[in-house]
Design a protein around this ligand. Structure first.
Ligand code: HEC
Length: 238
């Protein structure tokens, strides 16, 4: 009898810690995606200033970025990104993506401040790609921007992403998707959150389809509110 009770308690504890681990993974995935959404929107808001050929400095400094992204991320998540200490995996992941983004902004200063040049090519998608590369090196977490109509080859959806993108396109707006699965040799949590076309995106991704945008790429012909693609996150399960 005693053994049985101990076993039941062990099983309950196991289930409890497993679901705790699941919750943590999900909250990590959501938080890093929310952070990237916040960072992307800061880079989007600063596009006119970055691309103004007459201003040659103080466009998007690491200090301005930090101040703006903290505010945006607070609005989305209620978390103060500037005062985190790395006490657990959740906080470590958030610190890693914030550090990554600050490094990207610091390293992009020569690109952002090129004198006399209009369009500089420092757009949300490029920011996101660079942040993803750094975050992966720091934490093993993959974050990627993807779309069925991808422009960058490295944004091409894998089979899982392509299937989820199709599901999200027909799902209710704002729905997201989680799945625990094998990825290569490891088990991971995969998370996808859709990105929708806003007014600010139309200059490059809007109509008419086939026309060239200011980055010299071909517009896809989206309308405001269309799903443009998704942020895809892969968190390894330790
Ligand atoms: C200045 C032009 C421009 C604007 C404005 C712009 N984008 Fe993009 N976007 C691009 C370019 C160029 C790429 C490809 C970047 C690359 O090669 O990595 C891209 C890539 C993307 C991708 C990754 C998938 C892909 O096609 O490779 C997503 C998602 C995306 N954009 C969403 C948006 C959203 C949402 C907005 C508005 C909030 C937006 N973009 C505004 C130019 C723009």
């Amino acid at each position: 009898m005693k053994k049985k009770t101990a076993l039941i308690i062990a099983v309950i504890l196991m289930l409890f810690t497993q679901s705790m681990a699941g919750d943590t993974l999900q909250s990590i995935a959501v938080a890093v995606a929310d952070y990237l959404i916040a960072g992307r929107s800061v880079v989007a808001i600063y596009q006119p200033r970055i691309n103004d050929p007459l201003k040659s400095d103080q466009r998007l400094t690491p200090e301005i970025y930090e101040e703006q992204v903290s505010r945006k991320f607070m609005d989305i998540s209620g978390i103060d990104i500037t005062s985190l200490i790395p006490s657990d995996d959740f906080r470590k992941a958030l610190i890693a993506i914030h550090e990554s983004a600050k490094e990207v902004i610091a390293e992009a200063q020569p690109q952002i401040n090129q004198p006399g040049k209009g369009f500089k090519g420092f757009i949300p998608a490029i920011f996101g790609k660079r942040v993803g590369d750094k975050l992966y090196k720091k934490s093993g977490i993959v974050i990627k921007q993807t779309s069925l109509k991808f422009r960058g080859e490295y944004n091409k959806p894998d089979d899982f992403e392509a299937a989820v993108l199709k599901r999200l396109e027909t799902a209710k707006k704002g729905n997201t998707y989680f799945e625990e699965k094998k990825f290569g040799d490891t088990r991971v949590l995969r998370y996808m959150v859709p990105l929708y076309i806003e007014y600010a995106c139309l200059a490059c991704h809007g109509r008419p389809a086939g026309e060239m945008d200011i980055s010299g790429r071909i517009k896809e012909g989206y309308r405001e509110g269309d799903m443009r693609g998704a942020i895809s996150v892969i968190v390894p399960i330790k």
